[in-house]
Write a protein that binds this ligand. Sequence first.
Ligand code: 5GP
Length: 119
Amino acid sequence: MAYDQNNVFAKILREEIPCAKIYEDEFALAFNDINAQAPVHVLVIPKGDYISMADFSANASTELMAGFFRAVGETARILGLESDGYRLIANTGSNAHQEVPHLHFHILSGKKLGPMLCR
Ligand code: 5GP
């Protein structure tokens, strides 16, 4: 499957549509989810054309992979989530109901989230 340049996160990266930015560096952009599922719900996306975790883990450079994961942690730090904790979710492909075909990690927190979602 080819990367879709018109997916909504590609448009956010190109600044064609706005986002509520939390953090940005050369590797990643973090912004609030438009339809928050928890008091804190932030998305972190890599700067690059990667459809999913499957694509990213196979094809991204080591530098980008390291920078992206550092940015996920940095975003959580900026949000003040380290003491009470947070959950990371990266839906990958149809079984996981991935809706946007650009890799994104959800950071969820702000309350006790309950057990893992696997229904
Ligand atoms: P997925 O189901 O692919 O893991 O999650 C996609 C997420 O992107 C959803 O939580 C959805 O609310 C969020 N989303 C979809 N479109 C937009 C948008 O235009 N802006 C922002 N900030 N989030 C979006």
